[in-house]
Write a protein that binds this ligand. Sequence first.
Ligand SMILES: [Mn+2]
Length: 357
Amino acid sequence: MRMSFRWFGSGFDPIPLKHIRQIPGVEGVVTTLYDMKPGEQWPVERIRAVKAEVAAAGLRISGIESVNIHDSIKAGLPERDKHIETYIETIKRLGEAGIDLVCYNFMPVFDWTRSDLAKVRPDGATVFAYDQAEIDKIDPTKMFDKMKAGAGGFALPGWEPERLAKIGELFRVYRDVDEEALFANLKYFLQAVMPTCEKYNLKLAIHPDDPAWPVFGLPRIATSKERLLRIVGLVDSPYSGVTLCTGSLGSNPENDIPDTIRSLKGKIHFAHVRNVKHRGPGVFEESAHLSVDGSLDMFAIMLALHDIGFTGPIRPDHGRDIWGEKGMPGYGLYDRALGIAYLNGLSEAIAKMKKSG
Ligand SMILES: [Mn+2]
């Protein structure tokens, strides 16, 4: 496994690359061109510039998270072919730059959703939290305002303000899109992009929906082992796979994460490993990575990744906001670095245990 760290790029991420370089065991960053909107063509010069900047810091680009997918593709609108062409060209440019992994999601309208971006835990740390009853009270057209208000002046990934202006239109666009249509639209997209992924040796890895159930009446399909298996079976290509995100899948206590990992052997291209604490049906918060602080068994998760021979990029996911750090909520340096130290410890112990039989 290649330990990585999500970094949003100079000018967007307050964490400098030189600090990321000092986290033990980190060899790369998962980054993006944060100001690129879905449907925009990524300029070659900017791809080259970020690659050079990361290399100059002694790191590599482990993958791109994300190249966002235009809603016309997810909704299956007539203009999707134009946007798929643009996506293919971006994949080609990334592949030519030596980048071999792109993470994406296929969630309609809303990206990851939380009811609270700064829930205070008993130790004073603040975390992302979700309560379905709170979400049910929210007018979905106000959701962008709510996320923005909690973001401390930072732009949150997946919550680009430009989409806010079109929210009513987006809901109309998805009115007739059910789960089956979403599967069909994903298949159409994957069939179109896979030849380019294969040609440029670039893996596409779908991120599970977060939380792992429908929100605001919109369909969601990347929510369970069975559905992820269906997704990787939509096209016959080793380049179409999954970002195994333990926290997103783990939002639903019915998802058995180690079992999901074993079932997806060979199809996991990227791993996000974090913990989540279940508080009741539809209620959870993000905890420290440590097993006993949340509801997931992180040892069992890391063991499953070792058992299937996973060698791709892995990163801690959202962290708690601790030690007075003023950063992007959920994406501070301190707690994610703690998460890495912990995952490294589990990984070293598992590897040595396996070696000694
Ligand atoms: Mn994730």
